[in-house]
Structures are given as structure tokens and as C-alpha cells.
Ligand binder design. Structure first.
Ligand code: FES
Length: 111
């Protein structure tokens, strides 16, 4: 691996096309990673945390979202009728870390 290559992890994702594994780069936002992998996730505001269309569920045992979500992110997500307190995130606000290799990322239904 050259110095310019970023480490990647396999991520289990689910969208309208079904469940599959995609390779994503550590350190990227989840939104960018999903879009680069052709996962069908919305991004009306372009990642500025104002639209809520990048809503995903992070299904993982080891993440305490009440501590990692900002109050602003939580407020936007709580407006969704698909909000899940323990799993909902905005993909534009999630950094891809190695811990997510054990997670299942599900694109939330449209509003
Ligand atoms: Fe709009 Fe994430 S892309 S809130």
C-alpha cells in the first residue's frame, strides 16, 4: 500500500437494492462513503445537517448514540417518523471508523 492510499474496511449495507458488503475508507464521512459505493442514500442539503434525507440506522451493539449524537442532529432526527433512538444517525455526521466494521448500516425509509 502506498502512503497515499487510505485504509479501507468492509461495511455491511442495506438499501432498496438489498444487502451487500461495500469497501469504504476510514476517516471519510459515512455519506460520502455510501455515495461512492452507489448506495441509495439521500443528501438534499449536501451534508450540511439541515435536510435529514441522509437518515440511516447504525445497527451495532457497541455504540451509545445518546452520547455521540449532537443535540442538533438528534433534534433533526426526532422530526422523522422513522426515528429509532438507539440507531438513527445522519450519514453526513458519521465518520467511518474501524468500529463500524461490525455494524450493519441500513438506509432509513423516505419520509
Ligand atoms: Fe442533509 Fe445529512 S445530507 S442532513
Amino acid at each position: 500500500m502506498s502512503n497515499q492510499e487510505q485504509p479501507v474496511i468492509d461495511l455491511l449495507v442495506v438499501d432498496d437494492a438489498g444487502e451487500r458488503r461495500v469497501q469504504v475508507q476510514l476517516g471519510e464521512t459515512m455519506l460520502t462513503s455510501l455515495q461512492d459505493a452507489n448506495v441509495a442514500v439521500g443528501s438534499v442539503c449536501g451534508g450540511n445537517m439541515s435536510c435529514g434525507t441522509c437518515h440511516i440506522y447504525v445497527e451495532a451493539d457497541s455504540v451509545d448514540f445518546e452520547r455521540v449524537r449532537s443535540p442538533e442532529e438528534t433534534a433533526l432526527l426526532e422530526d422523522s417518523r422513522h426515528f429509532r433512538r438507539g440507531q438513527s444517525r445522519l450519514a453526513c455526521q458519521v465518520e467511518v471508523t474501524a468500529a463500524l466494521a461490525a455494524a450493519r448500516i441500513v438506509v432509513a425509509p423516505d419520509e
